[in-house]
Design a protein around this ligand. Structure first.
Ligand code: FES
Length: 136
């Protein structure tokens, strides 16, 4: 069965883009496939380089190596390890969003840019494996 695709609007201080994102692909890679570059370091959901703010829509953040409910409550998403579950509007300021998310986590005494225990080595690229929690 073919994966669903959603429309994602990404708003940045230097412009706005719309791109198609498959439900089984991390948002970062859908962006890159659409020719949109953005900040990225770990690609595992812990360095916060790819932080963005979810303005509207639903996502699955569960693949991030650091994933706190408080991130979702504050609207933060890590594009490298987040899959879309609906059409989305995202906002990202390459200078401010990462800083804001880092400060948010530090304020809660959570990992922010630290290498998390149990982190895998190497980079992952390609299709996400649907989490069991997503199967209904
Ligand atoms: S690139 Fe490190 S958290 Fe996304």
């Amino acid at each position: 069965m073919a994966a669903c695709s959603f429309t994602v609007r990404l708003e940045r201080p230097d412009g706005a883009w719309s791109f198609s994102a498959r439900e089984d692909e991390y948002l970062l890679y859908s962006m890159q496939d659409a020719g949109i570059e953005g900040p990225v370091i770990c690609e595992q959901g812990w360095c916060l380089a790819c932080a963005a703010v979810l303005v509207s829509g639903a996502v699955d953040r569960s693949a991030a190596l650091t994933n706190y409910p408080e991130d979702a409550a504050a609207g933060f998403v890590l594009l490298c390890s987040t899959r879309p579950l609906s059409d989305l509007v995202l906002r990202q300021d390459m200078h401010e969003t990462r800083r804001a998310m880092t400060q948010h986590r530090i304020g809660l005494n959570q990992l922010a840019r630290a290498y998390p225990p149990g982190a895998r080595t190497g980079f992952r690229r390609g299709r996400a494996r649907p989490a069991e929690a997503d199967t209904q």
